[in-house]
Write a protein that binds this ligand. Structure first.
Ligand code: H2B
Length: 92
């Protein structure tokens, strides 16, 4: 199981657009169309299920919020950073 990363490494490797919030990393993706956000959330869920690493996803009328943490490790790991990049790839 991946180990928790230290503050320096998280700061160095956090992908653009993501923020650190304690033991989580968070990104808000804006959408003009609600159903585009729903579709994106579904794609995020599919990637998460393939990787067996599950974010919290909140779908609002004009944005989707994605939160990642590694529950078992009790913090932010390489898996969270890797998934953040994969989710960003779904947005492009
Ligand atoms: C039992 C545990 O839920 C599984 O090993 C996986 C499932 N998805 C998971 N998702 C996240 N975000 N963190 C985990 O530690 C995790 N563990």
């Amino acid at each position: 199981m991946p180990q928790r990363l230290d503050d320096d490494e998280i700061g160095r490797r956090l992908p653009d657009g993501w923020e650190r919030n304690g033991d989580e990393i968070v990104r808000i993706y804006p959408f003009d169309d609600y159903l585009d956000g729903v579709t994106f959330a579904t794609r995020v869920g599919e990637v998460a299920d393939e990787e067996f690493h599950h974010p919290e996803i909140r779908i609002r009328y004009d944005e989707v919020e994605v939160r990642l943490t590694s529950h078992e490790a009790g913090g932010i790991t390489d898996t969270d950073l890797r998934l953040a990049n994969l989710f960003d790839d779904e947005r492009r």
